[in-house]
Design a protein around this ligand. Structure first.
Ligand SMILES: NC(=O)C1=CN([C@@H]2O[C@H](COP(=O)(O)OP(=O)(O)OC[C@H]3O[C@@H](n4cnc5c(N)ncnc54)[C@H](OP(=O)(O)O)[C@@H]3O)[C@@H](O)[C@H]2O)C=CC1
Ligand SMILES: O=C1CO[C@H](CO)[C@@H](O)[C@@H]1O
Length: 310
């Protein structure tokens, strides 16, 4: 567990749910709870919160867990950055998730889109932006805490300048920044920056999005690196376990996605070995600062986060 600036504890390993199909994610969530997961990462954008909710509810109803044993995270999508949208959106998401509060609500990206129900609104062939300032959005996030709808609030994909600007303006500080972290982009500088500000980092795409391994636009996941495979053999672990151990050693939480029960167990089982210094150095050397989620098509947005080094 890592402690948030609210005093709440966030489990180090959570289950990602992006691209978990509606038909399999309810069962995946139940399997995950059965094998010990207590942290779930969701989003409106994943269009499967109702099915995640069914899975969570089934395990509360059968007595395996109580609501308070779980740490459920969800995110506000870019279309709903206007202050008056935030509380209604969280209420809608909570209804889908069958929960009466969320443990952590995140602004998914610092940049906003036009307010429609399309995930990717378009006007005359171009992405339809809104220029709502994320400081305004944050006021809606704070209201979520004040109304008891969210225990903690945070951000995702914010750069250091955006975080500083937020910290200088807010009543409630962000508890978490969720960003891409895997050996192809270990993001050590922003992790250190967030640590200094008392913000916990959650690393997404920790395994480098294995399902896209053949996509030429995506860096090759490091579970296929020969030396990582050799380390796995040495420790009688899998390459995924080597990578997750490396990431946890950065002092962050991670949210590998899987709908496969065997992999859920594998991804949790990373606390009974550790890497040697030179093995960590080698995985450090794989850093290329190349993103999977670069969102470069939005780089002309006023609040695009990736123009800065970190
Ligand atoms: N805040 C943000 O902007 C973002 C947040 N996220 C969050 O982060 C989560 C994780 O990122 P994601 O993009 O899903 O990528 P991951 O790096 O978690 O990779 C997921 C893929 O890896 C496979 N996999 C899982 N465990 C193993 C294993 N032990 N060995 C081999 N393959 C494995 C899964 O397969 P299978 O399911 O078939 O078993 C799936 O295809 C997301 O699901 C989402 O919740 C992701 C991107 C952006
Ligand atoms: O959470 C997310 C899942 O991945 C998507 C990109 O592939 C991102 O857009 C999004 O932020």
């Amino acid at each position: 567990m890592l402690k948030l600036n609210t005093g709440h504890q966030i489990p180090i390993i959570g289950l990602g749910t992006y691209k978990s199909d509606k038909g399999e994610v309810s069962q995946a969530v139940q399997d995950a709870i059965d094998v010990g997961y207590r942290h779930f990462d969701c989003a409106w954008f994943y269009h499967n919160e109702s099915e995640v909710g069914v899975g969570i509810q089934a395990k509360i109803q059968d007595g395996t867990v109580k609501r308070e044993d779980l740490f459920v995270v969800t995110k506000l999508w870019n279309n709903f950055h206007a202050k008056e949208c935030v509380v209604p959106m969280l209420k809608q998401q909570l209804k889908s998730l069958q929960l009466d509060y969320i443990d952590l609500y995140l602004i998914h990206w610092p940049f906003g889109f036009k307010e429609t129900s399309d995930s990717w609104p378009v006007d005359e062939g171009s992405a339809a932006y809104s220029d709502v300032d994320y400081l305004e959005t944050w006021q809606g996030m704070e209201e979520c805490v004040e109304l008891g709808l969210a225990r903690a609030i945070g951000i995702s994909n914010f750069n250091s300048a955006q975080i500083t600007r937020l910290l200088n303006a807010v009543k409630i500080k962000p508890s978490v920044n969720q960003i891409e972290v895997n050996p192809n982009i270990n993001n050590k500088k922003i992790i250190q920056f967030c640590k200094e500000k008392g913000i916990v980092v959650t690393g997404y795409c920790p395994l480098g999005r294995v399902d896209c391994a053949n996509d030429p636009d995506i860096p090759k996941p490091t579970i296929f690196d020969e030396r990582v495979i050799a380390m796995a053999e040495k420790y009688k672990k899998t390459p995924a376990q080597i990578i997750l151990r490396y990431l946890i050693n950065l002092g962050i939480t991670v949210i590998p996605k899987t709908v496969t029960k065997k992999r859920m167990i594998e991804n949790l089982n990373v606390f009974d070995f550790d890497l040697e210094g030179e093995e960590t150095d080698y995985i450090d050397s794989l850093n290329k600062n190349v993103r999977i989620c670069s969102f470069s098509s939005f780089e002309d947005h006023k609040y695009f986060p990736f123009h800065l080094e970190y």
